[in-house]
Design a binder for this molecule. Structure first.
Ligand code: PMP
Length: 428
């Protein structure tokens, strides 16, 4: 097992060194001794989450919202309790503002197909930023192509950050909608979303926030942000894959048409009369939802509350600062952006003269799992003039020792196959 001793400038009180013991994965064949540093892609799951999912299937499994018997009602209660937990975790005014989706990607697609189609027409503009993940870029791009509208990306500065005034400059009478990441999945840059939302609202423009990389690392309060819509994925916040959240302000959701239609979205249908879709979450959750997934997500959020959201933030931030210091000692390493300015659990770097895939493969041989490449954000990488980066992304079970292993491994990395044979190839 990777050491859990604390050292350097890390605040030892942030999280107990025993957190890793909460995660069965690290006792399994693949987990023992692994420095898992790809938490921005997905996190490992604590025993409490696995237990909640198993318990749901073992004791309450039945379909929700459509059975007039106790078991089905109990299952519905668990689903709705999970919605309540999510609502409390993000500061929503009411559980009905929380829609379960299959993830951030699904949530953004839902909005593009409903809100987007309703608001955006020929000659209009949709604003995004130059740092978006494809999941918060392609749905808007397709919407614009279909509507004859223009997709405008607010530029990022040399540090890979979007400035609130650059966003304000891009707002104008033709802008109907804006969508942006709260935290970049590539550099961990935090956007000034509160200011950006306020500015957009001054222009009457609703804003969609992609919070996939924010919720794992910092307390998020959708009302304090005055967010219209806020999306995130359970699997990046220690919950299961296949479930996510779309928060929407109640009055805004009430105006939206359904996205997918089908069972659960109506009370009754007659072929002779217009369809009357239900109000609230059922209108947007056609078909059988991932009830166990929602229950697992609620368990994950409870788990993080148990650790303390501020302690999690302090821990992840301390690892970012330690990584910046440790990697900064290596001659050939360049840290991209300024991840320590407002740390959010991510540090991206390049090793001069070595293809990111050679660095990633080298780390893998040292039993370090870190993602390398364009991180589903090639537009951003193009803007930074980079082929790709190596990305360290931290979770609650990571330690200073994990970071120090990266520093030692990177110190010995040499150009390999990719540098020699495919120096300009990128794909992931
Ligand atoms: N947005 C951001 C910023 C992300 O990091 C990710 C996942 N890498 C997504 C959207 C998509 O999330 P999912 O694959 O869970 O739908």
């Amino acid at each position: 097992m990777t050491g859990t001793t604390w050292q350097g400038d890390v605040d030892q009180r942030a999280l107990p060194g025993t957190v890793r013991d909460d995660f069965p994965f690290f006792r399994g064949a693949e987990g023992v001794g692994l420095a898992y540093l790809d938490n921005a892609a997905t996190t490992q799951k604590p025993a409490a989450v696995l237990a909640a999912i198993t318990d749901y299937y073992a004791t309450a499994n039945s379909n929700v919202g459509r059975g007039y018997y106790r078991l089905s009602m109990a299952s519905t209660d668990r689903f709705e309790a999970a919605r309540g937990t999510v609502a409390r975790a993000i500061g929503a005014a009411h559980p009905d503002e929380v829609l379960f989706t299959s993830g951030t990607t699904h949530a953004v697609n839902l909005l593009a197909a409903t809100l987007g189609r309703r608001l955006v027409g020929p000659g209009d503009r949709v604003l995004v930023t130059g740092m978006e993940h494809n999941s918060n870029l392609l749905p808007w791009r397709r919407l614009c192509e279909e509507a004859g509208a223009e997709l405008v990306a607010v530029p990022v500065d040399a540090d890979g950050a979007v400035r609130a005034d650059a966003f304000a400059d891009a707002l104008g009478p033709r802008v109907r909608l804006a969508a942006m990441a709260h935290v970049s999945n590539v550099l961990g840059t935090v956007n000034p979303v509160r200011e950006m939302i306020a500015e957009a609202h001054r222009h009457g423009v609703p804003v969609v926030i992609d919070g996939a990389q924010a919720v794992p690392h910092r307390p998020v309060d959708v009302r304090a942000l005055d967010a219209d819509f806020y999306c995130f994925s359970a699997h990046k916040v220690y919950g299961p894959m296949g479930v996510g959240v779309l928060y929407g302000r109640r009055d805004l959701l009430a105006d939206l048409p359904p996205y997918q239609v089908g069972g659960g979205t109506v009370k009754g249908v007659s072929l002779a009369e217009p369809v009357r879709y239900l109000a609230g979450p059922p209108r947007f959750e056609a078909g059988t939802p991932d009830v166990a997934g929602a229950v697992g997500l609620a368990a994950a959020l409870d788990y993080l509350d148990g650790l303390g959201r501020d302690a999690v933030r302090a821990h992840d931030a301390a690892l970012v600062r330690h990584a910046v210091t440790a990697l900064g000692q290596l001659d050939r390493v360049r840290i991209v952006g300024d991840p320590a300015r407002d740390p959010s659990g991510i540090v991206s770097f390049v090793v001069e003269g070595i293809h990111p895939y050679d660095v990633g493969g080298h780390l893998d041989r040292h039993r370090i799992a870190a993602r390398c490449g364009v991180h589903c954000a090639s537009v951003f990488l193009d803007g930074l003039g980079l082929l790709g980066t190596v990305r360290l992304s931290f979770g609650v079970y990571n330690t200073v020792a994990d970071v120090d292993r990266v520093r030692e491994a990177v110190a010995g990395v040499e150009p390999g196959f990719w540098t020699a044979e495919h120096p300009t190839t990128r794909f992931l």
